[in-house]
Design a protein. Structure first.
Lengths: 263, 281
């Protein structure tokens, strides 16, 4: 009985300690970044009012609609293109890096390491370096998105291959199938639905990243947002935001439908 | 009996057994794949390249990447200042993750289908997909209209995406709880918060910690981006200054290495936490 009570007491002390440390870090980080909770809470109502008045586009901003739609189309094409091409490269690296399909251990470690580096270098760094040589051009955005997408998809594909295919690979190996038969008859058909699902997820993510890259490099929808934002033309800013919301939700809707059918 | 019927269903053509069966899901999969493939082939023609010399550009890029990754150096910022800026970026990520996690905890209880009626859960899911549809940088800039550019707008904007992400992750782990436990407590006449404290928290806390740290890792990357694109301060801002203001690729390289090192450490910790807390079950 006494032992039991001690456990409860110990847990309580542990919880209090964790909360105390969290509180200390919170105070420390707020001081470091000059973040104030009061100011944060105070600015929420103003933002909601701003959104209510500006997210419904007026007649004046509708004149900009053709321009917005053209840039939006460019952003969609860019994010799909960078995702699909990165997926092809990622599939190759994932096959080398996965436990079930690796050729040899050094190459597996190498491929995982390369993917990890590409994944963890911020997309901002890629964009800022590429813009110096490629200029304000779609190619800048394409490569910046390609590199980060590649890094992420290798990890996702490796996990998919590892999860999906152990049994079928064992069965195929038992029949004496060659490496390529094992990969193309066993591994890929089995993990393809999950991979397509990741593809949709990445297209969705890349539309949002493309906005960020555009803002930094002066291309696409991000650039359009930036110039109207700096001109304080908030009606057009609202219009652009609404357009992005519609596109992202539409893609999410389509991908949910497809995912339900193929998985 | 069953073996016989399955043998009858085999289709043989040209002396080979047909191993692929045709059904709706493979049809949709093939249709999706061929559509994506077709789009990828024709998409490059939709884009406007506005006359750049690709060859020279690639040559310059390789040169730039060489300067960046092979000759990194700090020129404008000192080592101490760089480390301090990384601390600020980590702080921004910490604040938005913590605030987001606290709000998400309550929202996830409200949106878990085994604790609440489904219409509340649907409202929260719709609200979250609205939040997710707006890129983080746009949220930060929208908040900045009222709050001014800086850490307040950045933390608020990043918190919103954290909420959307964690609410989904938390409520999925709550929905995985064995329903029998909740029913057993309800049968004894336990109050709603008793169920939260004695079933939901103990059952899900390890998953929640793991998801929260994963989000912290993501938020670190987002905080770098917000520093560069929305003047939120931190290492991202230094990165922006080094490349767009000083054109100093050596410094860009050094800062990238710092950011990369921290990101790799965070990824390592997050995998360790996941294996420690969830893998042991």
């Amino acid at each position: 009985m006494n032992g039991n009570l001690d456990v409860v007491k110990k847990k309580k002390i542990q919880m209090t300690l964790v909360l105390l440390i969290m509180l200390l870090i919170t105070v420390g980080t707020s001081m470091l970044t000059e973040f104030s909770f009061a100011q944060g809470i105070a600015s929420i109502p103003g933002t909601i009012v701003w959104m209510a008045t500006n997210l419904i586009p007026g007649a004046e901003s509708m004149e900009n609609l053709p321009k917005v739609l053209a840039k939006l189309w460019e952003t969609i094409v860019l994010s799909v293109l960078s995702t699909t091409t990165a997926a092809i490269a990622a599939l190759f690296f994932a096959l080398l890096g996965s436990k079930t399909t690796k050729v040899n251990q050094p190459m597996a470690i190498m491929s995982r390491f390369i993917a990890s580096v590409f994944r963890n270098i911020p997309v901002v760094a890629w964009a800022l370096v590429l813009v110096i040589s490629f200029g304000h051009n779609v190619v800048t955005g394409y490569f910046a998105l390609f590199f980060t997408t590649f890094g992420f998809l290798v990890r996702a594909f490796i996990e998919t291959i590892d999860e999906a295919s152990i049994e079928s690979v064992e069965a195929l190996n038992a029949t004496g199938a060659t490496y390529f038969q094992m990969v193309f008859r066993g591994v890929i058909p089995e993990s393809l639905p999950q991979m397509v699902s990741w593809l949709f997820f990445m297209i969705d993510t890349n539309i949002r990243s493309a906005t960020l890259v555009g803002l930094l490099t002066g291309t696409g929808i991000g650039y359009l947002f930036d110039i109207h934002y700096k001109r304080l033309d908030y009606e057009t800013v609202g219009l652009i935001t609404i357009c992005i919301i519609v596109v992202v939700i539409a893609i999410e809707f389509i991908s949910n439908k497809v995912r339900r059918l193929i998985l | 009996m069953e073996a016989a019927s399955s043998v009858q269903r085999l289709k043989v053509r040209h002396g080979k057994i047909k191993i692929r069966t045709f059904n709706r899901s493979t049809f949709v999969l093939q249709l999706t794949l061929s559509f994506i493939l077709l789009f990828t082939i024709i998409a490059p023609f939709f884009l406007d390249y506005s006359a750049i010399d690709i060859q020279t550009a690639i040559f310059y890029t390789l040169d730039n990447l060489k300067m960046m990754f092979l000759q990194p150096a700090l020129n404008q910022v000192t080592l101490g200042a760089a480390l301090y800026q990384i601390l600020i970026t980590l702080s921004l990520a910490f604040l938005s993750t913590l605030i987001g996690a606290v709000i998400s905890f309550f929202l996830s209880i409200a949106s878990a289908k085994n604790l609440m009626p489904s219409y509340i859960s649907n409202i929260i899911i719709a609200f979250n997909s609205f939040i997710r549809a707006v890129p983080t940088v746009l949220w930060v800039l929208i908040f900045a209209i009222v709050a001014g550019l800086g850490s307040v707008a950045a933390v608020l904007g990043m918190t919103l995406h954290t909420i959307a992400y964690l609410t989904k992750a938390y409520s999925e782990s709550i929905e995985d709880i064995d329903n029998g436990m909740i029913e057993a407590l309800r049968a004894t006449g336990a109050k709603w918060w008793h169920i939260i404290v004695h079933v939901v928290l103990p059952q899900t806390s390890s998953y929640m910690v793991s998801w929260t740290f994963l989000r912290f890792e993501t938020n670190y990357g987002v905080a770098i981006a917000m520093g560069a694109a929305a003047a939120a301060g931190g290492i991202g801002f230094e990165l922006f200054m080094a490349s767009s203001f000083y054109y100093d690729l050596h410094e860009v390289g050094m800062i990238t290495y710092f950011a990369l090192a921290i990101a790799l450490i965070l990824e390592f910790i997050s995998i360790w936490i996941k294996n420690r807390l969830i893998g042991s079950r």
